[in-house]
Design a protein around this ligand. Structure first.
Ligand code: GLN
Length: 280
């Protein structure tokens, strides 16, 4: 291992030698020294304590192994909220804000006094918290199979002062007999053999793939939703860029109407939803 960097300039050089992205290195140093990037760029000579240097070396080594920056920093911004994240929770993606924006539109249009909303597979709590934050009159439930993810989600809710009811369990199991006005989920949807999984190896596998062709969790959600929606309620699901047709088909087959798909920031079809009008 190379000598511990003793200044900002040496730290940047160390990151470059490890092929860590310059912006990532600046973000890490900024978090370490509690300084903005603009300051770092003109303070090459600023000293690092031994402890800062060793923490930075550890971060650079992990970053070079593709560990997400969010796990190194322990936090990630999502829809205007700073969330605690860790290896038990998927890193919230900007693409998922498409789902939140759509959910907020529906809640605004429906104008119910206290809409009941549930987020299945909440992970860090990102979707549920963003909805509660922007639509405080909603009653929001959230669930996850992972007890460790739920601890993180609860800690986020508490720190942000957002009141969410959390449940542990497998998809619909914790929601027996309950009906909602809006059901949302970003389930695992990557196919088991997808080569992208290798690059995502630091994130919880069960949050990324349900195995097989990647559609089974989406199917479970579509098929179970009618028993948990009030007439006039909506189901919104994030899915893979190439799964919109399969999800639309499943929604139609389950009796949903007004089926629609929205694109993410990269222009990919990413979120599909349908309106539950009630049993014919
Ligand atoms: N959108 C994530 C990715 O492809 C996957 C998230 C998920 O499976 N729900 O990196």
């Amino acid at each position: 291992m190379s000598a511990a960097p003793s200044t900002v300039g040496e730290a940047m050089l160390h990151a470059r030698q490890a092929a860590v992205d310059r912006l990532d290195a600046l973000l890490l140093l900024g978090a370490l020294l509690n300084q903005p990037r603009s300051w770092l760029m003109i303070h090459d000579e600023a000293p690092l304590t031994l402890e800062q240097a060793s923490r930075f070396q550890d971060w650079v080594a992990r970053s070079a192994q593709n560990e997400p920056l969010a796990y190194l920093l322990g936090e990630k911004e999502f829809h205007g909220l700073m969330l605690e994240v860790n290896a038990h929770t998927l890193v919230p993606r900007p693409d998922t804000e498409t789902l939140v924006d759509w959910a907020l539109e529906l809640l605004k249009t429906a104008a119910l006094a206290q809409p009941d909303v549930v987020d299945l597979g909440t992970g860090s709590g990102a979707i549920a918290l963003a909805i509660k934050h922007r639509h405080p009159t909603a009653n929001v439930d959230a669930l996850d199979l992972s007890a460790q993810a739920l601890l993180t989600a609860k800690s986020n809710a508490q720190r942000l002062g957002l009141d969410i009811r959390f449940h542990q369990g497998d998809w619909w199991a914790p929601l027996k007999g309950r009906r909602f006005d809006l059901i949302v989920s970003n389930p695992p949807y990557i196919a088991a053999g997808d080569p992208h999984l290798a690059a995502l190896r630091h994130e919880p596998l069960q949050a990324l793939t349900p195995g097989g062709d990647g559609l089974s969790a989406l199917q479970t959600l579509v098929e179970g939703a009618p028993a948990h929606l009030r007439p006039g309620g909506w189901l919104l699901l994030e899915h893979g860029f190439d799964q919109a047709d399969a999800v639309a088909q499943a929604l139609h087959a389950a009796g949903f109407g007004a089926v629609e798909c929205r694109r993410d920031l990269g222009g990919q079809p990413r979120v599909s939803g349908g309106l539950w009008r009630g049993r014919a």
